[in-house]
Design a protein around this ligand. Structure first.
Ligand SMILES: CC(=O)CC(=O)SCCNC(=O)CCNC(=O)[C@H](O)C(C)(C)COP(=O)(O)OP(=O)(O)OC[C@H]1O[C@@H](n2cnc3c(N)ncnc32)[C@H](O)[C@@H]1OP(=O)(O)O
Ligand SMILES: NC(=O)C1=CN([C@@H]2O[C@H](COP(=O)(O)OP(=O)(O)OC[C@H]3O[C@@H](n4cnc5c(N)ncnc54)[C@H](OP(=O)(O)O)[C@@H]3O)[C@@H](O)[C@H]2O)C=CC1
Length: 283
């Protein structure tokens, strides 16, 4: 299947990044969010990232304008009628994703692939609300999307081979590396990463060390580019909590219990970098 027109749902940190790399790679992109304000916020970030690439000499001013020109605004899901693939990157809540997929199934062309950038939610359960479970797939980009090379591609129980191959081909066109995984909670990436982050939060909660020192141990001792608490802030503490909840519920194993401090911060609205405060305070 030849994918030309991409719709991205959600213009947050992930959706914006996905829209940017798709537009840079020559795809026509419909970028959708629930409000004009959220769309504009997403587009500003894309504009800033592209401007940085121009400054660094990686892209010309003309290429930047061409990439921006390939992105069209949408605040209405009915715009999915023109898309070959829809990549959903709204919040990490099953009921929101299922509601979006149910609607998309009624709007998108018959051939269209419905992909989700979920961090951990079961693809099979999202696919089950549609009449085309064979065309539903996980396309899990990493943050920051323009920089990170991996796309974890998750096959739901019913995902067809042709759909997997089309998504793998598109991933390569985005200059990313696809890795195929099966549909289990957290897939590979977050099953391994998130318990480490949660454990770092427990370490802080129990007063083993300061946040700075916990991060320093992992940066200098394990060569991680960011400490786990800084990375949690970067991912979004709400997203981290939802992922731990998916692991805990999906495996029924208490070892995945989210740290109470993580829950407390999320309840306080301290969502990390995107809200200006998490474990650290941001300007
Ligand atoms: C939760 C999930 O479901 C899955 C996930 O995504 S988990 C999160 C996975 N991501 C990570 O683990 C990221 C860990 N952190 C890192 O790799 C690095 O700290 C980082 C790439 C984010 C920044 O790297 P750094 O060397 O500390 O900073 P910096 O020099 O400013 O940036 C390096 C490059 O990335 C670019 N960059 C940094 N942040 C960026 C962003 N948000 N958007 C676009 N580009 C960005 C910079 O422009 C710079 O590019 P050049 O070298 O070409 O100039
Ligand atoms: N953060 C990360 O590191 C990673 C996250 N992911 C996954 O990507 C998805 C998005 O995460 P992220 O970008 O970080 O989150 P953000 O909170 O940055 O962005 C979510 C965006 O979706 C919008 N939105 C919410 N509900 C809807 C809806 N019904 N229709 C359209 N748009 C909607 C929000 O708008 P508004 O702000 O107006 O509410 C917001 O712009 C999640 O599933 C997450 O698990 C995957 C990989 C890495």
């Amino acid at each position: 299947m030849d994918i030309k027109r991409v719709m991205v749902i959600g213009a947050g940190q992930m959706g914006g990044g996905i829209a940017q790399v798709c537009a840079q790679s020559g795809f026509d992109v419909i970028l959708n969010d629930i409000s004009e304000a959220s769309y504009e916020r997403g587009l500003r970030v894309i504009d800033k990232n592209l401007a940085r690439s121009v400054e660094k000499g990686r892209m010309s001013e003309e290429e930047k304008s061409a990439a921006l020109g390939r992105i069209t605004k949408s605040t209405d899901l009915s715009d999915a009628k023109d898309a070959d693939i829809i990549i959903e990157a709204a919040v990490e809540k099953m009921e929101i994703k299922q509601s979006i997929f149910r609607q998309l199934d009624g709007i998108a062309p018959e051939h269209a692939i419905l992909a989700t950038n979920t961090s951990a939610l079961p693809i099979t359960e999202i696919a089950a609300v549609t009449k085309r479970p064979g065309q539903v797939i996980g396309m899990h980009f990493m943050n920051p999307v323009p920089v990170m090379k991996l796309v974890e591609i998750i096959r739901g129980l019913a995902t067809e081979d042709g759909v997997y191959e089309a998504v793998e081909d598109m991933t390569r066109k985005l200059s990313k590396t696809p890795v195929e995984v099966n549909d289990y909670p957290g897939f590979v990436s977050n099953r391994v990463l998130m318990p480490m982050i949660n454990e770092a939060i427990f370490t802080l909660y129990e007063g083993v060390a300061t946040k700075e020192d916990i991060d320093e141990v992992m940066k200098l001792g394990m060569n991680h580019p960011m400490g786990p608490l800084q990375l949690a802030d970067f991912i979004g503490l709400d997203t981290c909590l939802y992922i731990m909840e998916v692991l805990q519920e999906g495996f029924g194993d208490p070892k995945y219990r989210p740290c109470p401090l993580l829950r407390k911060y999320v309840n306080a609205g301290w969502l990390g970098k995107k809200s200006g405060r998490g474990f650290y305070v941001y300007e």
